[in-house]
Design a protein around this ligand. Structure first.
Ligand SMILES: *Cc1c(COP(=O)(O)O)cnc(C)c1O
Length: 375
């Protein structure tokens, strides 16, 4: 595919696909509210554009990690409900209140600071409570549930929501899912009548038992694979074309790239891409003679990366294209319909989340479509 402007790469973000993914998940979780997780710049695609498109699709509840991200959503969407997963930053309660951001409280010190602010201002500012049911990360410990309940009962305070997070949702049969579900039930019983939320994308896809009153998908919105070992039903959202700078010949026995890590075993045609690890193309996608690396899609065929990926350049073997060789300036698809986020992740030994959140290269971004339903 030809690049639309000059020699630069093009990252195309399909906001229509993002919106369709949200609607599809909202259908699966019917009966529960479907939030949208837009932390880390909406998994790399851009928090402002993503939040607006998701809102147009129908999303009203947004989760981010930091208060800065929360302010970005607030600036884009004056009426959205915004949860801050990192909780309350010490001394920042006034900022949260001014910006109408809800902390996801996860420790006694956060809880005390928030309640003190509510008492000081004589107003029950909304917050969620996060309980750790077995992932051992952020959250109140299970044995703190009674204490949390005592503290809020004394003040007549009720949280907006009680939530937890699954450790193994990408593996639906993992017994830890059932264990966490049961422990979450025991937490919920301490907070009768309070809405509950447990599921990320994979939990949402695992089954109704995990939905409760709100689901919190992230990766599936962006087209990534949430559940291992199943066909991914989501539509791809990102397409990245990078420029072919040059097409060269290489002879049998010559080596390619730093460290001479790949030796040509035939006379070859090489496409040199203006794209490297500084643009988010993981060095672990390098190809050696012992271990194949990543692939890119050129002129209808998947072509292998050979040699080490360097900071700005990657070499691809295009010999198999025969006489249908690409022209300098033409684009090579690195992510898109022919080679997906999870294909690259699998080849790099990582997950789609890391591929997406590494999209920060030297290419232009184009947003196509929006969140509205087609007429
Ligand atoms: C990131 C995150 C999610 C979204 O997870 P996905 O696997 O991307 O769907 C949901 N809940 C919490 C607490 C998170 O940190």
């Amino acid at each position: 595919m030809a690049l639309t402007s000059g020699l630069g790469g093009q990252l195309s973000i399909d906001l229509g696909a993002l919106a369709r993914n949200w609607r599809a998940l909202d259908k699966v979780s019917a009966g529960a509210l479907t939030a949208a997780v837009v932390k880390a710049d909406a998994y790399g695609i851009g928090i402002d554009a993503a939040s607006k498109a998701l809102h147009a699709a129908g999303a009203r509840f947004f989760f981010v990690a930091t208060p800065d991200e929360g302010m970005a959503v607030r600036a884009a969407l004056p009426d959205a409900h915004v949860f801050i997963l990192y909780g309350l930053y010490p001394g920042a309660a006034n900022l949260y209140i001014r910006q109408n951001l809800m902390p996801v409280l996860s420790s006694m010190s956060m809880l005390e600071e928030w309640l003190a602010k509510c008492v000081e201002r004589n107003e029950a500012y909304p917050a969620a409570f996060h309980f750790d049911t077995g992932i051992n990360r952020i959250g109140f410990r299970l044995n703190e549930a009674g204490l949390v309940r005592e503290r809020i009962e004394a003040l007549g305070y009720a949280p907006q929501m009680v939530m937890s997070h699954l450790a193994c949702a990408d593996t639906p049969n993992h017994e830890k899912n059932r264990t966490q579900l049961a422990l979450f039930g025991s937490v919920m019983s301490q907070f009768p009548g309070i809405p509950a939320s447990l599921a990320n994308s994979a939990g949402l896809m695992t089954g109704r038992d995990y939905h409760f009153q709100m689901v919190r998908p992230g990766i599936a919105l962006y087209g990534g694979r949430a559940v291992n070992g199943r066909k991914n039903p989501m539509q791809p959202v990102v397409t990245l074309h990078v420029p072919i700078l040059q097409v060269a010949e290489g002879r049998t026995g010559e080596t390619v790239g730093y460290g001479a890590a790949y030796t040509l075993n035939r006379n070859s045609r090489l496409a040199i891409l203006g794209y490297g690890y500084a643009d988010g193309f993981f060095r672990s996608l390098s190809g050696t003679n012992q271990r194949p690396g990543g692939k890119v899609f050129i002129r209808g065929k998947l072509c292998p990366v050979i040699g080490r990926i360097s900071m700005d350049l990657t070499v691809v073997d295009v010999t198999e294209l025969g006489s249908d060789l690409p022209m300098p300036g033409e684009g090579a698809e690195v992510l898109g319909a022919h080679i997906g986020v999870d294909d690259q992740a699998d080849a790099a030994g990582t997950i789609g989340y890391e591929i997406l959140t590494s999209l920060k290269g030297r290419y232009t971004r184009n947003y196509v479509g929006d969140g509205r339903l087609p007429e």
